[in-house]
Design a protein around this ligand. Sequence first.
Ligand SMILES: Nc1ncnc2c1ncn2[C@@H]1O[C@H](COP(=O)(O)OP(=O)(O)O)[C@@H](O)[C@H]1O
Ligand SMILES: [Mg+2]
Length: 124
Amino acid sequence: MIECRGIIKEFGTPPQRILHDLSFTIGDGEFVSISGRSGSGKSTLLYIISTLDSATQGQVLIDGRDIGTMNIEQVHHFRNKNVGFVFQFHYLLPELTALENVLLPARNLGLIQEKTKMAESFLE
Ligand SMILES: Nc1ncnc2c1ncn2[C@@H]1O[C@H](COP(=O)(O)OP(=O)(O)O)[C@@H](O)[C@H]1O
Ligand SMILES: [Mg+2]
């Protein structure tokens, strides 16, 4: 479950507010799309939910864990294990095969053997 409580995001000086006090919950297995005009803050929200960026104010809880209370190493580990992100402009590593690109997070965790079958089935 992903829970956002009072998310505010500002950029720059003077601060420009992009996300204005967003609160919502996304349940396990729920499939959600976020729509809005270009520049309205969709990517910014996704970066915050996925721990790639942090909110100016507010909390993000994933399975009850408050991301904001984790130190940087815990956040890296959490993201490696729990977050998949397909960027609008993706950067696959050309020297790796498709399978190796998909397995990169598993490689960082030393889980290549365990995850290869799963990666192959996703690619299939
Ligand atoms: N790192 C940043 N620094 C300053 N402004 C930013 C930054 N990232 C996004 N913005 C601004 O925040 C607003 C929302 O951007 P974004 O989340 O990319 O919108 P969307 O994905 O909905 O098109 C835009 O006005 C954008 O210029
Ligand atoms: Mg975007």
